[in-house]
Design a protein around this ligand. Structure first.
Ligand SMILES: [Ca+2]
Ligand SMILES: [Ca+2]
Ligand SMILES: [Ca+2]
Ligand SMILES: [Ca+2]
Length: 317
């Protein structure tokens, strides 16, 4: 509602908010209430614009991270093809910036890559990839150093856990695969050595996730490996169909699962399988994720396992 009054004169209707008033020459000008309203409106427009502004920018390709996951699908609809893969951010060269390790898939059933439904975008070889962060040059940029690093992780990859398990100051990698897993010891000179057998931490089952945790607090990181389904390509005969009767992937998990593993670090580069004695093997689902933390505040690290299709598990230490 508009109302006018002469400057200094009585307000004819003091209960009505003033939107315009006249100055000494009788010219109408905006009243304080309307000016405040205008400022509020401008603020709202600015706030709306800000709230719709992009917070993150996709810099994957511009920074050189030219990795694309390859699941090896070939029309057979093998169960593992539905799974994603993992990534680790860790400082492999100790220069203070985070480097990137990306886990790659593969062909299944012994098929050649030429039979893949979609060819791998960045060609061969199909292997996990390590990208060095070049932030020390003053710019966020990544260089593929897989070949120079000696990492040859060519299994059907699922996940990766990074930590300095041998306390030599360099971060090492444990890679989980559909099939044998791999422990890569960081030599500290930009290269890695595979020490899986020597360390005794292989797990030939379908492992998806892993976590480093010093569960016995002896100063050496131990290793929890989450295993998923009992599965072989040869026995992957289940046929599932969509509503229109087209064949599709089956799932989620309905079949038998494998128990998880816990390996105790002896501190001499080798590990002892304590899955039974620790109680971990008593119960299991199909593990897809695992994290370790002291959930109950008693200073003993506990373990939480996320399972597929059944209840998750909290293992209290
Ligand atoms: Ca680095
Ligand atoms: Ca190390
Ligand atoms: Ca330990
Ligand atoms: Ca605890």
């Amino acid at each position: 509602m508009l109302s006018f009054r002469a400057p200094g004169g009585p307000d004819p209707n003091p209960m009505i908010p003033k939107t315009y008033e006249s100055d000494s020459r009788g010219t109408a000008r905006q009243a304080p209430a309307l000016r405040i309203l205008g400022w509020c409106a401008a603020l709202c427009v600015w706030w709306t614009a800000q709230s719709h502004a992009e917070i993150f920018t996709d810099a994957t390709e511009s920074t050189g991270l030219d990795f694309q996951h390859f699941n090896g699908m070939s029309g057979e609809l093998y169960f593992p093809e539905m799974m994603g893969s993992g990534v680790a951010l860790f400082d492999y060269d100790g220069d203070g910036d985070l480097d990137v390790y990306l886990v790659q898939g593969h062909m299944l059933g012994g098929k050649p890559v030429s039979e893949a439904t979609f060819a791998p975008r960045y060609g061969l070889p199909l292997t996990d990839r390590l990208y060095r962060n070049e932030l020390d040059t003053g710019e966020l940029r990544f260089t593929d150093v897989t070949r120079a690093s000696g990492l040859r992780a060519e299994g059907y990859g699922m996940g990766v856990a990074a930590a300095d398990y041998d306390n030599d100051g360099d971060v090492d990698l444990y890679v989980t695969n559909y099939g044998s897993n791999q422990l890569w010891s960081n030599r500290g000179d930009g290269t890695f050595e595979q020490v899986t057998e020597k360390a005794g931490v292989d797990d030939g089952r379908w492992s998806v996730s892993a976590a480093w945790v010093d569960y016995d607090r002896d100063g050496w990181l131990d290793l929890y490996v989450g295993n998923y389904a009992k599965h072989t390509i040869e026995s992957d005969r289940r046929v599932c169909r969509m509503a229109k009767l087209e064949r599709d992937y089956c799932g989620p998990l309905k079949g038998a699962t494998d128990p998880d593993s816990l390996f105790r670090n002896r501190g001499d580069g080798t590990f002892e399988d304590v899955s039974e004695s620790s109680g971990i093997r008593k119960a299991h689902g199909g593990a897809l994720g695992v994290v370790a933390a002291d959930f109950d505040g008693d200073r003993w690290p506990d373990i939480y396992v996320a399972n597929d299709g059944v209840a998750n598990q909290l293992w209290v230490n």
